[in-house]
Design a protein around this ligand. Sequence first.
Ligand code: MZP
Length: 501
Amino acid sequence: ATYYDKASHTFSEYLLVPGYSSAECIPSNVDLKTPLVKFRRGEKSAITLNIPLVSALMQSVSGEKMAEALAREGGLSFIYCSQSVEEEAAMVARVKAFKAGFVSSDANIRPDQTMADVQALKAQTGHSTIAVTDDGSPNGRLLGVVTSRDYRPSRMEPTVRVSTFMTPFERLIYGRDGITLSEANDIIWEHKLNALPIIDAKGNMRGFVFRKDYDSHKENPHELLDKSKRYVVGAGINTRDYEKRVPALVEAGADVLCIDSSEGFTEWQQRTLGWIRSAYGDSVKVGAGNVVDRDGFRFLAECGADFVKVGIGGGSICITRETKGIGRGQATAVIEVAKARNEYFEETGIYIPICSDGGLVHDYHMTLALAMGADFLMLGRYFARFDESPSQKVNINGNYLKEYWGEGSPRARNWQRYDMGGSDKLSFAEGVDSYVPYAGSLKDNMGLSLAKVRSTMCNCGAVSIRELQEKARLTLVSSTSIVEGGAHDVILKDTHNTQIK
Ligand code: MZP
C-alpha cells in the first residue's frame, strides 16, 4: 500500500489571510465570470458562467424551475439523469423553450455576416432592414437581419403597422414558444411598447423587435431582455445508456453534459467520453468525474473531458466514506487537482476547468474553494433550501423545511451513479434522505452569498477569480482558533443571524 504522509483537510480547517487592497478593489468591481469548458491558451471557453455556481445533478435539486432561476442569475443547473431519457430530455427542452438565434423566415442569417453586409442587403433589396445584435447596439455581435419582407404585414394587422418600426440596429427580444400573435400584440398594447412581433415561416410568433427609444416607455428593456433570453442548461448522463441519452439531450438543446458518477477514475468514463468524441467530435461539451487526485484528473483530461469534477464523500447527504471508507478531505482534493490542472495547462496549452463538488457548508467555503483553484462550484444542499428546488416544503414543529435526499439514497435509487459494472440496482445505500431549513428565494439568498464572496475577494486584493487564485494566501487553523472565529465568551441576545434586512 501507499501511505500519504499528510492528513487531508476540509474547508473549515482553512482561513484566508488578507492581502493589500487598492482603492480599485471594491465589491462592485469584482467580476465573477469563469470558464465552464476547456479551451486552448489564448482562446476563450465556449461557455462562460457569469457566476461560479452550478446546481447538483440531483432529483431534489435540479429541475426546470431551478434551471431557469439559476441561469437567470448567471449560473447553471445540471438537470438530473436519474429519470428516463424521455423525461430528462423533455425537461431540458422546456428550459430551452425561449428560442434564441431565430430572426426571420428568410435565410438572411449567416454566422459570418457583418454590418457592412446588412447595409449592402438594404441597398440591394430596397427593403427596410433591421440588424439584430446580441446587445442591441451596432457594435454587438450580429445575430441576423430582419427585412420588411419577412414581416408579413397582413398578419400584424390591425395592431402593428410594419413601416412604423423600420429603423436600423434595433433589439430583438426572444419570444417564448407557444405565444400567439394576438397575445404578442396584447403585450405590446398593455405595456405600450414600441415593438414589432416577428413570426416565422410557419406563422409562429418568435420574438419582438424593439425600437431604440424605449426609455420613454414604461418597460425596462434590459429587464425584458434578461426575462426572455434563452437559458443555458446542463444535463446529466451516465455510463450505461449514453448511446441513447446523449443524442436525446443534444436534440433537446442541452448546452453541456456531465457524467454523473461517484467515482470518475474508471474505464466506464473513458468509454463514455470516447463514444461522445467519436459521435460528435468536440461539438458536444461534457464534464466527467468525480476524482480527488492528480492521477484521476490526468486520466479524465486525456480521455477528453471538457471539465473535471472534484470530490468524493464530502456531500452533506453522502455516507460513502462511512459505508465504503473511500474519499478525501475536499480542500485537499481541490488543491491537488488544481495543481494538476495547472501542470496540464503548462504542458499542453489546454486549460480544463475544475469544479469543486459537494461539502460547501458556509458561504466563505465558496471563496476558499475558488481561492484553492476551483473554477466553479457544484452545490446540492445549498440550492435544495430554495423555493425553486423541486422538493416538498414541509412544516415540522413550526419550522419550514425542504426535503433533500441523496442520489445514492434508497429514495433516489440512482444505481448508475454508483455502478462499477455490477447489476442494475442499488445494492446498498451511499446517501441519506433528509430535511434542510427552508431559506426562501434563490435570488435573495445567492445575492447575499455572492456579496460575501466579492467582499472577501477584495480583502485578498482580487477583483477576478483568476486574481484570487494567484494572490490568495491560505492558512491551516488549529481547532481552538476555529472556536475563536465565532462569537465567543458573550451571552448572545438573539439567534446568530448576520443577515441585515
Ligand atoms: P452538498 O452540496 O449537498 O454538500 O453535496 C452535493 C453533492 O453530493 C452532489 O453534487 C453529488 O456529487 C454528491 N451526492 C449526491 N448524492 C449523493 C449520495 O447519495 C452524493 N451519496 O454524495
